[in-house]
Design a protein around this ligand. Structure first.
Ligand code: UDX
Length: 439
């Protein structure tokens, strides 16, 4: 099939290359000339394991190309909308101007029988409005909503092997037409028996925000338990293990620590609350405000803990921050809990040096007020405290004995409950973690 993908950010670039991998002829379109040139040169504009190989492989087949010209979307029968829906400045609501703009631009190239497929995360109700626009301007063209659940760090795997497909379809015969086109696009995935949920637009839009809200709630639940563990001397890691054995609960997403960040969970729960308010149903989501609060409190607690171990004052203390990305295997620093903590420490007078295996370059560009080091050893040189704030394997595997030689004070704060407490304490370190007793 001939497909176009509008928006070549994280979601769109991975989607475009993955669709080419499935055998389709794909054009990825983005207004950002530099991004298009980078992708066309088989370089990934972001860190994502496996993506660059996939990009090179699919470009080499000739089935994948990138362009800044919307006219190149003409001739494709399915057009995926993969542009961003960031949080509006100064508001909780999502900024819909890119989605609206992408669909309006598509109107110029759409032909009867074409299908526009929304993949972006949008406020419930968006798809119905866009479908009306498409159908009124290009009679015979249709719209479907097909949310994406990819996780950074696993984007390629999640796109090629999703755990479910969700189709939000128009009613009646149009729904059958749209379903048939989507089934053709995803034939390889459908044929392997991947569960498929077909619904109206509103349900499909909500699946995404509901899923992200559930994940955020699970993380904040265990972090609330961590607060209680801190008050009682209990151990949140053992608690999570023990409740996680109940398969109704499950152990995944019960890792207590600095909480969630990134480009999705924080903004999605806020946009969901904003949308519920517009719909007169805000009471249904007031609990998400608490989920957000618990999450933000962890960052403050981390700073308090750092002050505590630094004998009550951060002024002039050298603090190493290991991790800048919002999670490991990513260079994404959007709403990064690690950088938030680093900035707070600096504001309280600490001399902070941040390092990360992949995100230092982004940090230097977007958070230039912080000081960066290329290695953990360099960041920790003569440090009074070391904070592990993103659980990269490199940091989990640090040897506490040799690492202890570079610091001034052997104090480690494990913001992600990622280190082997016994090994660090045996090497003479004071070990502190969120939700666990001091070691
Ligand atoms: C998330 C959803 O998982 C994905 O399905 C959706 O499509 C986009 O949003 P992503 O933002 O890539 O994906 O990261 P995720 O792995 O969900 O982690 C989000 C944040 O939660 C990270 O900051 C991570 O460190 C934190 N987290 C995750 C925890 O604090 N504890 C956990 O147990 C799990």
């Amino acid at each position: 099939m001939k497909l176009s993908v509008i928006g070549c950010g994280y979601l769109g670039a991975v989607h475009a290359a993955s669709m080419a991998e499935l055998g389709h002829e794909v054009v990825g379109i983005d207004v950002d000339e530099r991004k298009v040139a980078t992708l066309a040169a088989a370089e990934a504009p972001f860190f994502e394991p496996g993506f660059e190989e996939l990009l090179a492989r699919t470009l080499a087949t000739g089935r994948l190309r990138f362009s800044t010209d919307f006219a190149d979307a003409a001739g494709s029968s399915v057009h995926f909308v993969c542009v961003g829906t960031p949080q509006k400045r100064g508001e909780y609501a999502a900024d819909m101007r890119y989605v609206q703009g992408a669909v309006e631009s598509l109107l110029g190239v759409l032909e009867p029988g074409d299908l526009v497929v929304g993949k972006s995360t949008v406020p419930v109700g968006t798809a119905a409005g866009l479908a009306e626009l498409v159908e009124s301007k290009v009679p015979g063209a249709l719209l479907a909503w097909n949310p994406e659940f990819l996780r950074e760090g696993f984007a390629v795997e999640d796109t090629l092997h999703p755990d479910r497909l969700v189709y939000g379809l128009p009613a009646g015969a149009d729904g059958d037409t749209a379903r048939a086109l989507l089934d053709e696009v995803y034939a390889t995935i459908v044929e392997r028996g991947t569960p498929k949920v077909e619904s109206d637009y509103a349900t499909a839009e909500m699946v995404k925000t509901a899923a992200n809200s559930f994940l955020a709630t699970k993380i904040s639940f265990i972090n609330a338990m961590a607060e209680l563990c801190e008050a009682t001397g209990a151990d949140v890691k053992l608690l999570a293990d023990a409740i996680g054995y109940d398969d109704r609960i499950g152990r995944k997403f019960l890792n207590a620590g600095l909480g969630f960040g990134g480009g999705c969970l924080p903004k999605d729960i806020r946009a969901f609350m904003a949308r519920a308010g517009e719909l007169g149903a805000d009471q249904a989501l007031t609990f998400l405000r608490e989920v957000d609060n618990i999450n933000m409190r962890r960052r403050i607690r981390m700073v308090e803990l750092a002050r505590e171990v630094c004998d009550g004052s951060l002024l002039g203390k050298r603090v190493a921050v290991l991790g800048a990305a919002f999670k490991p295997d990513s260079d994404d620093i959007r709403d990064s809990p690690a950088l938030n903590v680093a900035a707070q420490l600096q504001l309280q007078g600490a001399v902070v040096r941040v390092t990360d295996p992949a995100a230092v370059e982004n940090g230097r560009r977007l958070w230039p007020q912080l000081d960066y080091a290329d290695t953990a050893e360099e960041a920790a040189d003569r440090a009074d405290a070391v904070l592990v704030l993103t659980e990269w394997t490199q940091y989990r595997e640090l040897d506490p004995v040799t690492f202890g030689k570079v610091v001034r004070q052997k104090r480690v704060l494990d913001g992600r409950n990622a280190l082997d407490r016994d090994a660090w304490t045996a090497a003479g370190w004071t070990y502190r973690a969120l939700g666990r007793r001091a070691g």
